[in-house]
Design a protein around this ligand. Structure first.
Ligand code: GSH
Length: 306
């Protein structure tokens, strides 16, 4: 009786309470050529945090892969060709022997399960790692909010209306079911085009990060990695966020010194360093924009008072 109640209550949420990976079926994929791609292919953008996360895992595991750059600044992610592979119109996408995987945390989980060494998602730590990755993913729109307000000037950040319409008109499915993620995404960009990122939005996102990083700070007081004394996927997920937060002007070192030294330690290893190297034009633009924000007294510190 107890077993039956348990099964009825928990099975719809996935095996052992684990979040089910987002899986694309063959019918979801309209760009049929990828079905015949052999080996590992990553469709990604150099400076995207989710793409960086995936590439770091590939580096750590020493896996050979083929690169397919998708230029987000040119809105290539909203071309019919790409939407036909990833109906959410987001990077990264992994294609492995014709199977298509989306969602960076699902991709890195898949990679860890498929290529065992070094193990970054151990059985014992699996629930804790998944909890960290879900928390990190839940802050993704906040990371984007801060990037669009403090890292990229409006003319580079804004998505052309035509590109957004392509995504809105695309009848994408995931696992055979119409998906509402792409609408959430295009709604964000439409609002950003209309009103920019408001001060209130920015401050709310900053406070959420301060809260999340306070918890990481406590963890890193006790151990050298987020979940103990070995590197896991949780470190990789949070590392790319810490990297981006630093670029927004968030005072990581002052507010969270242990997180800052953990970040610096990882950033110095070759598997991480190669993926966060900023293209020179982006670096120049970011620094010019930083100077503009300083002159206008609208930096992250000015707005939030942290
Ligand atoms: N939850 C998704 C988020 C993917 C995502 O938002 N990717 C960003 C880059 S980090 C993107 O493709 N942005 C392009 C856009 O919104 O137009 C994941 O982890 O893969």
């Amino acid at each position: 009786m107890f077993a039956l109640l348990y099964a009825l209550f928990f099975l719809p949420f996935g095996y052992r309470g684990e979040k089910a990976l987002v899986k694309l079926f063959e019918d979801d994929i309209k760009t049929k050529e990828v079905l015949s791609w052999q080996g590992l292919h990553l469709l990604h953008f150099n400076a995207s945090s989710c793409s960086q996360k995936t590439r770091i895992v590939l580096n750590l595991k020493g896996i050979a892969w083929q690169s397919h750059p998708i230029n987000l600044l040119m809105a290539e992610n909203y071309d019919a060709w790409y939407l036909g592979i990833n109906p959410r119109g987001l990077v990264p996408t992994l294609v492995h022997d014709g199977n298509v995987f989306i969602e960076s945390n699902d991709i890195i989980t898949y990679l860890d399960e498929t290529y065992t060494e070094p193990k970054l998602l151990t059985k014992a730590l699996r629930p804790a790692i998944q909890e960290q990755l879900e928390l990190e993913d839940s802050l993704h729109m906040d990371l984007r909010t801060l990037t669009m307000r403090f890292v990229l000037p409006d003319f580079l950040a804004r998505k052309p209306s035509k590109a957004l319409k392509q995504s809105e008109d695309f009848d994408g499915t995931i696992g055979g079911i119409a998906d509402n993620h792409s609408k959430k995404n295009t709604d964000f960009w439409r609002l950003q085009a209309e009103q920019g990122i408001t001060e209130r939005q920015a401050v709310e996102s900053i406070l959420k990060f301060q809260d999340a990083f306070n918890t990481l700070e406590d963890r890193l007081k006790e151990s050298s990695y987020i979940l103990g004394n070995r590197l896991t996927l949780a470190d990789i997920g949070w590392f790319v966020y810490a990297q981006r937060l630093k670029a927004t002007g968030y005072p990581l070192k002052r507010l969270h010194p242990n997180v800052s030294s953990w970040h610096t330690r990882l950033a110095m290893t070759k598997e991480f360093a190669s993926e966060i190297r900023e293209p020179i034009p982006l670096k120049v633009i970011r620094n010019l924009y930083k100077v503009t924000l300083m002159a206008r007294r609208t930096t992250l510190a000015d707005l939030s008072g942290i």
